[in-house]
Design a protein around this ligand. Structure first.
Ligand code: S3P
Length: 174
């Protein structure tokens, strides 16, 4: 069975939309970790943050990543903060080929648009918040096996680029 392809990177870099298109192209199942958590809990991420706090969300995220990484052959989109937890990064790295999707802060803000869907950007100065979080996360995202800039590319172009930098559609290394 082929190794998972795991998309990591900041909010608004296209992990979900690109992941879906990539999975369709490869004929693989697509798993969006955030969506799986929402489905399991029957409420949106925004509500989980508001009602139970970020720490509770992170626990749910960690449990979901452990579960999802038991299977091979998928395209997985991890939430933007997931890899900041060392055990999540380790599980994802073990289970797949990590591709970091990046974008410039202005583009991130444009794409994220209505910030209330992303509780972490629901701040008085969303741009400052993006820059601060990016600065804190950059070195961890850079641990990915490959990086693809999505700033001036269409979804299909990003998919092409991922396939170009991913060895044989992420077949197992042996
Ligand atoms: C988060 C990113 C979100 C979601 C949650 C926290 C983060 O996922 O997991 O709001 O810490 O960057 P996306 O990157 O899919 O928006």
């Amino acid at each position: 069975m082929a190794k998972n392809i795991v998309l990591i990177g900041f909010m608004g870099t296209g992990k979900s939309v690109v992941g879906q298109a990539l999975a369709a192209r490869l004929g693989r199942p697509f798993v969006d970790v955030d969506e799986a958590i929402e489905r399991e809990q029957g409420r949106p991420i925004r509500k989980i943050f508001a009602e139970d706090g970020e720490a509770a969300f992170r626990r749910a995220e960690q449990a979901m990543i452990q579960r999802v990484t038991r299977r091979d052959g998928q395209v997985i989109a991890a939430g933007g903060g997931a890899v900041m937890e060392a055990s999540n990064l380790a599980a994802l790295t073990r289970a797949g080929w990590l591709v970091w999707l990046k974008a410039e802060p202005d583009i991130i803000l444009q794409r994220v648009g209505e910030t209330s869907r992303r509780p972490l950007l629901d701040a008085p100065d969303p741009k400052g918040r993006v820059e601060e979080l990016l600065a804190r996360r950059q070195a961890t995202y850079a641990k990915a096996d490959a990086v693809v800039d999505t700033t001036r590319r269409t979804v299909e172009q990003v998919v092409d680029e991922i396939l170009r930098v991913t060895p044989q559609g992420a077949a197992p290394c042996g």
